[in-house]
Design a protein around this ligand. Sequence first.
Ligand SMILES: Cc1cc2nc3c(=O)[nH]c(=O)nc-3n(C[C@H](O)[C@H](O)[C@H](O)COP(=O)(O)O)c2cc1C
Length: 187
Amino acid sequence: MIDSEGLREVIRSRRTSMFVDQTRDVPVSVVEELCELATWAPNHKKTWPWRFALFTGEGRSRLGETMAADMAHAEFGDDAKRTKTAGKYLRTPATLVVGCEPHPNDMLHRENRDAVAAAIQNLMLGATSIGLASFWSTPALTRPPAVLDLCGFHRDDRIVGIIYLGWADGIAPVPERPQVEVAHIDG
Ligand SMILES: Cc1cc2nc3c(=O)[nH]c(=O)nc-3n(C[C@H](O)[C@H](O)[C@H](O)COP(=O)(O)O)c2cc1C
């Protein structure tokens, strides 16, 4: 069992990083376990709003090409941007799309996204703990219809993050945090 110091070390050492070993696959079972860890995030009303779709191998090209097609359809970006998007999911051996279910209640709709964000952090901390680099990115479109179909998500789901995953083989720069300020009211 990881001790408290080990947990702090994992939290502080997680970096947004694409320094990965391109030749080493990330097993599906490893990503499945990370997704299971993700589901231990707090979730108001237990709506379980997260959705996961893993892309490896040629699947990563399909994801990029489908995203680029959705961008063209939405007239988003220029040709250069769409071409870049078509190839970008090949940057790491595994690319995980994380989606979020909507909710008819406005507060719960926002809380669903909060829960999915917490889930992604769980997933990335789990990744860090086993030597996987992770990189949370926001896609150009968060409701790209053909990508949602490809992922097996619903058309009214939104994408909260596209997470690049690979075995770490380099050290990303550490963005130092500003000193924390905590207001303390006692009485
Ligand atoms: C919601 C969210 C979306 C992000 N999207 C991007 C992104 O599109 N591109 C990017 O370079 N980094 C993205 N990041 C990563 C941040 O740039 C990164 O966390 C920040 O620079 C701090 O670095 P660290 O994670 O290594 O501490 C995103 C982070 C969050 C939480």
